[in-house]
Design a protein around this ligand. Structure first.
Ligand code: SAM
Length: 241
């Protein structure tokens, strides 16, 4: 259930510094009251010198997160996962990798937090904050009556569109053909997205990483399964009539 999940009331209420301590901004710490916070939430959240720009939704055990971190060393990357034990595993691995890489500062840009991304995504990110969103091997929810549990839908796509900047990209991959078709259909009919051409898709290094570094991607390779990939670009909002 969501009872034990904690959400910031708004993105400015997030204590990002606790996730990315190497990027913590020290000024104004603990000073005054932040209007974006609710009753009883008096401590001012600590911010970071950079904002998160890449989100891995339903990151599982973090294979993609740990592969992206050295590829984009100066970009903050967040894995979001609903299962407590899995989130803790990833957080523990982040701590261990940071210690191992104390000399070169590696993995300071990677973090994981527990969240139900189907419910509160805009509480974490400002409008247009993200450049990339990864939806890797989402749970397929095969049965018709379970389709509303899928993390791609018209409504959720509007949330992805809100947090993505124009030009930003949603990356999807699955081994379930029906889910792939569902994701393509729902993104293509959404006015804020256009599909990225196959040509451009195959030139994007993140596609290779997503195919080979996710835990599910590795599993599908072992089973000689097919991986369906589709990328969608956030287009500019049309001008008001
Ligand atoms: N992305 C990883 C990969 O490719 O190896 C994990 C894929 S796994 C099949 C789907 C993951 O999404 C699970 O770890 C599950 O707990 C997580 N998940 C499902 N619904 C979620 C939600 N609403 N919010 C956050 N995570 C969710």
């Amino acid at each position: 259930s969501d009872h034990s999940l904690e959400y910031p009331r708004s993105p400015s209420g997030m204590d990002w510094a606790s996730h990315y301590p190497a990027y913590a901004v020290k000024s104004n710490e603990g000073e005054g009251r932040d209007e974006s916070r609710g009753e009883g939430e008096t401590a001012k959240p600590r911010s970071t010198s950079k904002q998160v720009e890449i989100a891995d939704i339903g990151c599982g055990f973090g294979g993609l997160l740990f592969a992206l971190a050295p590829k984009f060393p100066s970009t903050l990357i967040i894995g979001m996962e609903i299962r407590t034990s899995v989130t803790e595993y990833v957080q523990e691995k982040v701590r261990a990798l940071r210690v191992q890489h104390r000399e070169d500062g590696g993995y300071q840009n990677a973090a994981c937090l527990r969240a139900n991304t189907m419910k509160f995504l805009p509480n974490f990110f400002e409008k247009g904050q993200l450049g990339k969103i990864f939806l890797c091997f989402p749970d397929p929810h095969f049965k018709q009556r379970k389709h509303k549990a899928r993390i791609v839908s018209y409504t959720l796509n509007s949330e992805y569109a809100y947090v993505l900047r124009p030009g930003g990209v949603v990356y999807t991959i699955t081994d379930v053909e029906d889910l792939h078709n569902w994701m393509v259909e729902h993104f293509e009919k959404h006015p804020s997205f256009e599909r990225v051409s196959k040509d451009e898709q195959e030139k994007d290094d993140c596609v290779e990483i997503m195919r080979n570094e996710t835990e599910e991607g590795k599993k599908v390779t072992r089973n000689n399964g097919i991986k369906y990939v589709a990328l969608f670009r956030r287009i500019e909002d049309p001008p008001w009539p």
